[in-house]
Structures are given as C-alpha cells and as structure tokens.
Design a protein around this ligand. Structure first.
Ligand SMILES: Nc1ncnc2c1ncn2[C@@H]1O[C@H](COP(=O)(O)OP(=O)(O)OP(=O)(O)O)[C@@H](O)[C@H]1O
Length: 193
C-alpha cells in the first residue's frame, strides 16, 4: 500500500494445526499507531511476530519500510550480567543504555544489579531503554505495560507518543488501555477463523 510504513494484506496465521485468523489487512503510515485487541490466545503476539518477520504468515503478505524494534516479555538482556553491562552489549551496536534514556527510565541506580534480580517492572523499563537506543522506525510492543506501576505506565505512553510524533509507527498488542493520540484499534476477533 502506497505510503504505508507497515502493511499487511490478506494475512492468515496458523499455529500448530489451528488457523487463528484470516483475511486480515492493515496499513499504517508515518506516525500511525494501532492497538491489537482480543482475548487470550486469539493471536495478538503471533500477529506481532509475523509483522516482525520472526514467524511466517500462513497466507498473505507483510511489507515493512524501516527497522523494527520488538518489545516483549524477553528483554534480550543477559540475566547473569549487571544491567549496565547487559545494556553495554547493545551499546556496541546501537545507543542502548544512553545516559539520558537510563535517567528518564529510572535505571541509573540499577546498573550494578544483575538482570536476573530486577523486578518485572524494572526489566520492562530496561527493555524500553534498549528499544529507545535501537532507534527503529517501527515499534512492535507486546503487552508493553505489563508489570509497570502508574508512573511507569505514563512514561511508557509518553515515550511511545514521542516516537509517533517524530514519524515512528507503533503496533501494540495488549488487553490494557494504552493512552496514545490517534491510536486505532484492531479487534482480532473480527478476523478469527
Ligand atoms: N509455536 C506454537 N505452536 C503451536 N501453537 C502455538 C505456538 N505459539 C503459540 N501458539 C498458540 O497460538 C495461539 C495464539 O497465541 P498468541 O500468543 O499469539 O495469543 P495472544 O492473543 O497473544 O494471547 P495472550 O493474550 O494470552 O498473550 C495460542 O492458542 C497458543 O497456544
């Protein structure tokens, strides 16, 4: 689709021997944001993994113009390393762990703590630091608010709003409300097979 940064056409997803959804099309242009909603097991994470290129579509096509950053429950940080060193690994590839991001996300006092000791919310904030450092145009956020307290939820929403305001594209898979200007909702149940 012309002008789209992320688009999917007539997508179908099969997991094991079950067809989860079919006939799904979407298109998001610069600054666009969409929340994928639906009950447990309907295929929200599966859709994000297909958009990320990590899982094949059963049918249909996906086109993504730009780098993709996927944030899910696996923060891709070595659990044995202190947070600062775990982020340092990524800093060699991008700017993950940049001072300003760490400060904003309240991580500066946690850099000596092994990743495996971090709380769920602290790990999620570290994942956001990693995502910010990546500088990817397309953000795929799988349950991004899980484990975050009220303040951190507002921060995650603000960071995502800034990403979209600067032309980035965001797709969010979540049950929870996510406050974001211009957020559209895709109800996966409408495409359930
Ligand atoms: N590798 C796999 N092989 C077979 N089935 C799978 C595989 N991965 C996921 N599934 C199944 O696909 C379905 C969709 O899973 P998915 O994680 O995409 O759902 P979801 O909507 O994100 O769920 P939740 O809201 O619980 O996170 C589930 O029934 C799940 O058990």
């Amino acid at each position: 689709m012309q002008g789209a940064v992320v688009s999917a056409t007539d997508l179908a997803c099969r997991r094991g021997d079950r067809l989860l959804f079919a006939g799904l099309s979407l298109a998001l242009g610069k600054g666009g944001a969409m929340q994928v909603a639906g009950h447990n097991g309907i295929g929200k994470s599966s859709l994000l993994r297909i958009l990320a290129g990590l899982a094949p579509a059963f049918e249909g096509t996906v086109a993504v113009d730009g780098a993709v950053g996927l944030l899910d429950e696996r923060p891709a940080l070595d659990p044995a390393l202190p947070l600062g060193r775990a982020l340092g690994f990524w800093r060699q590839l991008d700017s993950a762990g940049e001072e300003a991001h760490l400060k904003r996300l309240g991580l500066t006092t946690l850099l000596d703590v092994p990743v495996r000791y971090l709380s769920t919310g602290q790990k999620k904030r570290a994942a956001f630091a990693r995502l910010l450092g990546q500088g990817a145009k397309v953000w795929l956020l799988d349950e991004p608010l899980n484990g975050l307290d009220g303040h951190a939820v507002e921060l995650a929403e603000a960071i995502t709003a800034e990403h979209c305001a600067s032309g980035g594209v965001t797709v969010i898979a979540s049950h929870q409300p996510f406050r974001l200007p211009g957020l559209r909702t895709l109800h996966l149940s409408e495409f359930a097979a």
